[in-house]
Write a protein that binds this ligand. Structure first.
Ligand SMILES: *[C@@H]1O[C@H](CO)[C@@H](O)[C@H](O)[C@H]1NC(C)=O
Ligand SMILES: *[C@@H]1O[C@H](CO)[C@@H](O)[C@H](O)[C@H]1NC(C)=O
Ligand SMILES: *[C@@H]1O[C@H](CO)[C@@H](O)[C@H](O)[C@H]1NC(C)=O
Ligand SMILES: *[C@@H]1O[C@H](CO)[C@@H](O)[C@H](O)[C@H]1NC(C)=O
Ligand SMILES: *[C@@H]1O[C@H](CO)[C@@H](O)[C@H](O)[C@H]1NC(C)=O
Ligand SMILES: *[C@@H]1O[C@H](CO)[C@@H](O)[C@H](O)[C@H]1NC(C)=O
Ligand SMILES: *[C@@H]1O[C@H](CO)[C@@H](O)[C@H](O)[C@H]1NC(C)=O
Ligand SMILES: *[C@@H]1O[C@H](CO)[C@@H](O)[C@H](O)[C@H]1NC(C)=O
Ligand SMILES: *[C@@H]1O[C@H](CO)[C@@H](O)[C@H](O)[C@H]1NC(C)=O
Ligand SMILES: *[C@@H]1O[C@H](CO)[C@@H](O)[C@H](O)[C@H]1NC(C)=O
Length: 575
């Protein structure tokens, strides 16, 4: 085939006698740069591209230098270059300077047109394609003709668009008439857009005005009407001032991406690019600072998708895929980068290893831990503060046991009648219990009337008391004292009728006692130890221990509710 072409071409060239076999011509091939189909029946022109793109001189200088411009063409499906017949009956093809005119172009004119510039020693040629198409049925245009794209910035005002490539067709003294179409619908009055002949003015640019706009120029030449159809596609894009650096939507710094070792990991980088003319829109991942192109490991691969958004914005998604991640892979630094002319953004995907402990076990462990902790805490609190807790409980929920029990005294104090013990009872004990805590004490030596029988009076006092407070000291246990009588009476009362409670306060330590009752009492009852100066502070431990053993008594200074209760009980008492 190639051989045949060559043969035929050579034959033809020889036959035409233009050149000897030795002549050479600089062939620039087919210039498809400005190729654009034209419509059947509409005027078209081909300007010899030699003067524009390939040679350093223009047509006038070439012409005056004695060079000749010759046109040939190869029709569609033809093998041979043929001279152009300028003497057809309809005269529709003509040559003017460096331009070949078709008035109009017809379907059969489709082909490659070659312009050759030459003299006897010099030759240069280039071909230009002409494609003539019919309009699509029922449409004002053909899909084969790609419309030019025009970018308009959103909200800009007074933008003039001029019907393209119509200048120079009509005779100089003829003004073409223009009809405007939007998406092939003839429009007489656009909203917020005006037509002024060749111009279409956007008073304001709105997103919904994005469309294909066609203009048809009509003019009369040599008694014939001609149409020129041109189309441009208006795209509405965000204004440059609105443009920002790319916004990385994912990965998100607040999200931790967890994977189990061995699974396939995919990390998605999703980036919003605002419209920015002629700007690159790049998204890439780095692994420990190296781009995925530099990492040759086959377990990493990336995929890329783009989704157009409104006003020229684009969402670019780059997914990094790592097959069968290892623990080492999960410790790497995966960072996504995005770049446009406004700058570069980056965001690290926080990748962690998913804990292999099953979830419910973890929760169970947590729950158990919390419970144990709580128990320990409560135990500690109880041991450190049980006195306070008991006192608190008594103060708020305890019932007053002093009402209606027919007793006169709260505490009968039994002690060795000795100067030191007497001072402790009369000053310290009495001072705190009566003045601080409001208890009514019975101290025999103070409260008994002179002249009575000691034994009877003692027993009477004890029966009228709620507590028997025994102040233990070495002197207390000496046989035959009144104190021992008091102790025996109190213990007996407590054991048989339970109307009195015995409290042991150890003022001074005593050696193993010979008194049987005291030994029994010490074994059965807890002993509150007086620790000298240390215990004298009324809010200290000694007094709290003592208070716990004391009768519950609603004090007048407590809450209003307690007051009401007390008063109602008082009135009851009076009844
Ligand atoms: C052609 O080129 C010459 C000089 O290079 C210039 O003077 C002349 O105006 C040009 N002609 C056209 C039609 O451009
Ligand atoms: C186009 O060319 C074909 C053959 O090459 C011919 O039959 C036909 O009549 C031509 N059509 C026109 C409109 O010239
Ligand atoms: C014009 O030439 C180009 C390049 O050689 C070729 O692809 C194309 O088919 C030709 N056009 C016609 C109509 O022959
Ligand atoms: C042919 O044209 C070339 C280039 O312009 C020029 O250098 C040469 O002198 C011309 N030859 C003749 C015979 O005119
Ligand atoms: C746009 O064209 C109109 C008339 O067609 C003219 O009045 C106006 O000045 C032009 N505006 C610009 C910005 O060129
Ligand atoms: C079209 O607009 C251009 C400016 O864009 C202006 O120079 C020209 O005069 C306008 N033409 C008409 C016919 O309004
Ligand atoms: C020019 O186009 C109009 C429709 O826009 C059509 O009616 C008319 O026939 C066309 N004229 C020619 C010569 O093709
Ligand atoms: C982004 O670049 C455009 C064009 O260079 C500029 O107009 C715009 O102000 C820039 N935006 C930011 C946020 O820097
Ligand atoms: C992760 O890599 C990026 C890019 O190399 C770097 O900017 C960032 O500081 C790294 N992060 C850590 C935690 O090392
Ligand atoms: C990446 O690798 C995975 C698994 O090997 C495969 O399914 C996926 O198609 C790959 N993607 C690309 C873009 O090669």
């Amino acid at each position: 085939m190639k051989l045949r072409c060559l043969l035929l071409g050579t034959l033809w060239l020889c036959a035409r006698g233009f050149a000897s076999a030795s002549e050479r011509c600089d062939d620039w091939g087919v210039d498809t740069m400005k190729h654009k189909p034209v419509y059947n029946g509409e005027p078209a022109r081909i300007k010899c591209p030699l003067f524009e793109a390939f040679l350093k001189y223009n047509y006038s200088t070439a012409h005056s230098a004695g060079l000749t411009l010759i046109w040939y063409w190869i029709g569609r499906g033809q093998d041979l270059e043929e001279p152009i017949n300028f003497r057809l009956p309809d005269n529709h093809i003509s040559k003017e300077k460096d331009t070949l005119w078709f008035r109009p172009a017809l379907l059969n004119d489709t082909g490659n047109y070659t312009c050759m510039l030459r003299n006897t020693t010099y030759c240069s040629k280039v071909a230009f394609p002409l494609e003539v198409v019919n309009k699509d049925p029922g449409s004002c245009i053909s899909q084969a003709v790609k419309p030019e794209e025009v970018l308009l910035y959103l909200s800009y005002t007074n933008i003039n668009l001029t019907c393209p490539d119509v200048e120079g067709f009509s005779p100089a003294n003829v003004q073409p008439k223009f009809n405007w179409f939007m998406n092939c619908n003839l429009v007489h009055n656009f909203y917020e857009r005006r037509t002024h002949g060749i111009n279409l003015t956007f008073i304001i640019v709105r997103e919904m005005y994005a469309a294909d706009y066609s203009c048809v120029a009509t003019y009369r030449e040599n008694g014939r009407d001609f149409n020129l159809t041109r189309t441009f596609r208006v795209k509405v894009v965000a204004a440059p001032y609105r443009s920002t650096v790319p916004q990385i939507i994912t990965p998100d710094s607040r999200v931790i991406y967890e994977f189990k070792p061995g699974v396939d990991m995919s990390l998605v980088c999703e980036v919003h690019f605002t419209f920015l003319k002629d700007s690159p829109q790049e998204v890439w991942w780095t692994i420990d600072g190296r781009t995925t192109d530099e990492v040759t490991d086959l377990k990493f691969n990336v995929s890329h998708t783009e989704e157009p958004l409104t006003v020229g914005d684009v969402k670019v998604t780059k997914t990094l895929f790592v097959s069968k991640v290892t623990e080492k892979d999960l410790r790497r630094n995966y960072t996504c980068f995005a770049h446009n002319n406004n700058g570069t953004s980056q965001m690290q995907a926080l990748v962690r290893m998913k804990a292999v402990v099953p979830r419910y076990t973890l929760e169970l462990a947590c729950g158990l831990g919390a419970t144990v902790l709580l128990v320990v805490a409560l135990t500690v609190i109880y041991h450190a503060y049980w006195l306070e807790l008991v006192l608190f409980y008594r103060a708020h929920f305890g019932t007053d046991e002093t009402i209606l029990d027919g007793k006169e005294y709260d505490i009968y104090v039994s002690y060795a009648r000795n100067a030191e013990e007497e001072e402790f009872v009369l000053l310290t004990l009495r001072g705190v219990l009566e003045n601080e805590f409001g208890y009514k004490l019975c101290i025999f030596d103070r409260d008994s009337l002179p002249g009575g029988i000691v034994t009877d009076e003692t027993l009477g006092f004890i029966q009228r008391s709620r507590r028997l407070l025994v102040v233990l000291s070495p002197n207390y246990v000496l046989q035959g004292t009144q104190a021992l009588l008091e102790l025996k009476a109190g213990l007996e009362d407590m054991a048989s009728r339970g109307t009195i409670k015995v409290i042991l306060v150890q003022y001074r330590a005593i050696k193993k006692s010979k008194v049987k009752e005291l030994r029994q009492a010490k074994a059965a009852l807890s002993v509150i130890k007086w620790k000298g100066e240390k215990s004298s502070y009324p809010r200290g431990r000694f007094w709290k221990q003592l208070l716990v053993e004391m009768p519950i008594k609603n004090r007048p200074k407590s809450t209003a509710a307690a007051d009401r209760r007390t008063s109602s009980f008082s009135s009851l008492k009076e009844v």
